[in-house]
Design a protein around this ligand. Structure first.
Ligand code: AMP
Ligand code: MG
Length: 405
């Protein structure tokens, strides 16, 4: 039996980065950037006002107060998008709106709230009630991003803020990793699809749906191959349908039962089996290999095992295909809220609830942990990871958790 770490190493070694494509910026949420992005300009592109107010020379406001305001002549109005035309002389101000170009000779903006417009002999003036500081309310060109600066790296999983940055630097289209096409095949004589009639001995194929959505959430395109009965002909037939895909996931039929045919059929079809059975719980009976160069994961049939094995192996595999630089699941240290006994030699992934309390994460299990109990997974927001060498973990111990949302 191979350890989780060795198995993951083998998986990542076998998986290759797939191709790239160019897409519209608007469609890029959740995609992985396939190029480094440099800014084509300074952002902001020019010195501008951070406030609605008056652009002026800060020295003209020295000692200004409510009791003793400074009075400046208003010589121009500059809206956002305008280009200031007038030259600012001593004791003059220019009315300015947020985002408008700062006039050349101004070195500060006083916000409108500490001023008052006044008319003196038909001319417009402003009373300033507060002493300004140099650069007050001024946003300098390039203070956010400098022209030529590396703003986003190849491999970044794009979120809304990244997309905003891409728009700011003029990228209407972006190079991203192509989404891998992932075929999903459920197996089992007892397994039926959700819209079929449930008769004695049959179960609905929840795995076809959890895996489908997990693939999408990992950044892949899911292709449902349906359900194969535990017969060589059906398995061969369905598996062959996956050969145009980038990755194949099967569920069920990889244990040691008489009708667990998946591993043998994969071998028969020329799969190079890299490992079978991993020292973990749940998820032990699982197989990984390359079928004509296409990676294939034979995941266990139990609903929780299949989901957990996906999290542990398939999600990182898809991330590698996408050349994603950081894992999408974060890990943290938490304080265990209960005693847990376990089998030595296996790494455990328990369904957990992790909450932030008293300045630390606290983790507890979500009830019965049988690998068929999907409810425990539905109630979990994390996996509590317990190391191989331990047999008993005391309440209050520090444990690793992988956050699922
Ligand atoms: P197996 O790995 O084929 O021995 O299946 C282990 C358990 O998982 C059995 O109780 C199966 O009925 C169940 N199972 C197999 N495939 C699915 C599936 N697609 N959806 C839900 N449960 C399944
Ligand atoms: Mg089965």
């Amino acid at each position: 039996m191979i350890s989780v770490d060795d198995a993951l190493r083998k998986v990542l070694k076998a998986i290759k980065v797939i191709g790239k494509e160019t897409i519209a910026l608007r469609d890029s949420l959740g995609r992985v950037l396939a190029e480094d992005i440099y800014s084509d300009s300074d952002i902001p592109g020019f010195d501008n006002s951070a406030m609605d107010g008056y652009a002026l020379n800060f020295t003209d406001t020295t000692k200004a107060s409510v009791e003793d305001p400074k009075i400046l002549e208003v010589i121009e109005d500059v809206k956002a998008g305008d280009i200031p035309k007038k030259k600012l002389n001593k004791l003059q101000a220019i009315r300015i709106m947020t985002g408008a170009i700062l006039p050349k000779d101004a070195d500060a903006v006083v916000m409108v709230e500490v001023t008052k417009k006044v008319k003196i002999k038909g001319k417009e003036f402003v009373e300033i009630y507060k002493c300004a500081k140099r650069n007050e309310n001024v946003r300098r060109a390039g203070e956010d991003i400098k022209k030529g600066e590396l703003v986003l790296r190849n491999g970044t999983l794009l979120n809304s803020a990244h997309i905003g940055v891409l728009a700011s630097v003029g990228k209407s289209k972006v190079r991203v990793a192509r989404k891998p096409m992932v075929a999903i095949l459920a197996t089992g004589n007892e397994v039926i699809d959700v819209n079929e009639r449930l008769t004695p001995g049959k179960i609905r194929s929840s795995n076809s749906y959890t895996l489908y959505s997990q693939v999408i959430s990992a950044g892949g395109i899911a292709k449902n191959l349906g359900i194969a009965k535990d017969t060589p002909s059906q398995l061969i037939n369905k598996i062959k349908q996956s050969l145009g895909c980038d990755l194949l996931i099967t569920s069920g039929g990889v244990s040691v039962g008489d009708y667990d045919l998946v591993k043998d059929i994969l071998s028969k079809l020329g799969t190079n089996i890299e490992f079978w059975k991993v020292a973990m719980r749940p998820g032990k009976p699982m197989v990984f290999g390359l079928i004509r160069g296409i990676p294939v994961f034979g995941l266990p049939g139990n609903p929780v095992s299949s989901m957990v094995a996906f999290e542990v192996f398939v999600r990182p595999a898809i991330a590698k295909m996408l050349n994603q630089s950081a894992p999408s699941r974060k890990e943290a240290e938490a304080i265990l809220q209960e005693d847990i006994s376990k089998k030595k030699g296996l790494r455990y992934f328990l369904r957990g609830n992790t909450t932030w309390r008293n300045s630390s994460y606290q983790a507890r299990t979500t009830g019965p942990q049988g690998s068929g109990i999907l409810k425990s997974m539905a109630q979990a927001n994390s996996l509590i990871i317990l190391p191989e060498e331990k047999e008993f973990i005391k309440k209050g111990s520090k444990v690793k958790v992988r956050l699922l949302d």
